[in-house]
Design a binder for this molecule. Structure first.
Ligand code: ADP
Length: 484
């Protein structure tokens, strides 16, 4: 990997513990390239005790950081943002090597990830308190917004950079310190961010990036250590539930970005070509491994066959391969387990009467490469209607009636993202309002931006990331009652 980079010093394999580069007390673990199986690096394996040390150092450093002016904090973050963008190409290569996504998508994620540092560098200066009219003639009500303290963070492998910056951007801007445990599949992207934070002048203790194989132990440390005042997590609903239960002991404030099961609805008045483009962007980005990927594609009777054919033709032309090679549209899946999930949903659908019109088997490249797959005749009794596939599997459901499709779309415990394509204005409004989701894309398959609040309802999570709302997750309100 290092020979591919303009600046090989961006590859860090030690842990970044409160501003010091240290070895893992637990030894090291392997980071591999999912496209080739090659071992990319041996990375420090941090223990629970080291995590406690990072938290304590974070607690001590946070006070001084919070006491700085917002503009001071903002300037450091701006410098960090600039360095990330200056190193975009190298960071993208590191990401593709450890995560598998095509280089073009990795570049996109670096700029998306960096945008949270930029946005919250600006937002630091706009943490506005309030003065509320007093309830008695001699009373003044002031509301202060103060940083919550030390934040613990646990993130997944599908967006190795952006899932971290979306959290540490607002946290650090608010004046918190931040201790992150990146996914063990993708620690190199996270550690490279720390290299650049250090160069940007972020003070020691404000950021820790701790690769660790013992995810559960680190999660427990975050939940049981009284100095951690906030837990922010992105991952599955199952693990989110475990963490929420653990966090209950200390009544810890939690943000949870959990699983989704996104419906993507194509009404018969939709611009069909645009709907096909949107479905591809939304279903096959990161090879289907995003929590906002279309999981269930509902197409109205009148356009069902035409949509299926157009989608099949476009997806058939997509190129599967190593993300570092030019022209690759779809990389490998992250692990064997991910392949098994796709196969499971496919077999279940086929056994209940669905028809494969494209793909349907492991790709001839071997490893965890899988053919992009489209299946028609999918119904609500199939597994994919209830569970997130997280792979290149596009199931097409048929519907006739608008009310029916809303009911089917909402018939899930999840509520992260939903999408639909329609032109009729009244339909656009009614369907947007009726979908029980935190995010709705109308005539678009791409919804992520740092300027909008991202997050789910129901079992898809708690809290929002991005926009001016995102920083509130890292602030506490203090009501000061003044008698004058
Ligand atoms: P995904 O399928 O996206 O990896 P998971 O919820 O399994 O979703 O994992 C998300 C992150 O949570 C990963 O970094 C994983 O290592 C971590 N994790 C898994 N189990 C636990 C746990 N019990 N406590 C804390 N973190 C965990």
């Amino acid at each position: 990997l290092s020979e591919l980079l303009a600046d090989p010093s961006l590859i860090a394999t030690q842990a970044y513990l409160a501003g010091d580069w240290v070895d893992g007390a637990g030894g090291q673990f392997e980071v591999t390239n999912p496209a080739t199986g090659e071992v990319l690096a041996m990375v420090a394996d941090v223990t629970r005790e080291q995590t406690a040390e990072a938290v304590e150092k974070g607690r001590l450093a946070q006070k001084e950081w919070a006491a700085r002016t917002a503009k001071d904090r903002s300037n450091v973050m701006r410098a960090w943002f600039n360095l990330i963008m200056e190193n975009q190409e190298d960071l993208a290569k590191i990401m593709t090597a450890e995560q598998g996504k095509p280089l073009a998508e990795a570049r996109g994620e670096i700029s998306y990830g960096a945008s949270f540092i930029e946005f919250y560098a600006e937002e630091a200066k706009r943490i506005l308190g309030e003065i509320i009219p007093g309830h008695q003639p001699d009373k003044r009500i002031h509301v202060l917004k103060q940083p919550i303290g030390v934040v613990g963070s646990i993130t997944p492998w599908n967006f190795p950079t952006a899932m971290i910056t979306r959290k540490c951007g607002p946290a650090i801007a608010a004046g918190c310190s931040f201790v992150a445990r990146p996914a063990s599949e993708t620690p190199l992207s996270a550690l490279a961010l720390a290299v650049l934070a250090e160069r940007a002048g972020l003070p020691k203790g404000i950021l820790s990036i701790l690769p660790a194989s013992d995810a559960a132990g680190i999660g427990q440390e975050f939940c049981e250590n009284p100095s951690v005042r906030k837990l922010t997590f992105t991952g599955s609903t199952g693990v989110g539930r475990i963490l929420l239960r653990q966090a209950a002991d200390q009544v810890m404030k939690c943000s949870m970005e959990l699983g989704g099961n996104a419906p993507f609805i194509v009404f018969d008045d939709a611009d069909l070509d645009a709907a096909v483009e949107g479905a591809i962007a939304c279903k096959f980005r990161n090879n289907g491994q995003t929590c906002v990927c279309a999981n269930r594609i509902y197409v109205q009777d009148g356009v069902y066959d035409a949509f299926a054919e157009k989608l099949r033709a476009k997806v058939a032309a997509m190129k599967v391969g190593n993300g570092l090679e030019d022209g690759t549209d779809l990389g490998p899946l992250i692990t064997e387990k991910a392949v098994e999930k796709v196969e499971d949903h496919l077999q279940d659908a086929v056994s209940k009467g669905a028809t494969v019109i494209l793909g349907g088997k492991p790709h001839e490249k071997g490893g965890t490469f899988y053919e992009p797959t489209i299946v028609t005749g999918v119904t609500q009794d199939m597994k994919v209607s209830k569970e997130e596939t997280f792979g290149p599997f596009a199931p097409l459901f048929r519907f006739g009636d608008v009310d029916d499709v809303i009911e089917m779309a909402n018939d899930t415990v999840f509520g992260l993202a939903a999408y639909f394509y329609a032109k009729d204005l009244s339909r656009v409004h009614k369907v947007s309002e009726a979908l029980e989701y935190g995010i709705v894309g109308v005539n678009t398959g791409i919804i992520s931006t740092e300027q909008a609040p991202f997050g789910g309802v129901k079992q898809s999570g708690l809290g929002r990331e991005g926009s001016h709302h995102g920083i509130e997750e890292y602030l506490e309100l203090k009501y000061v009652c003044l008698s004058v």
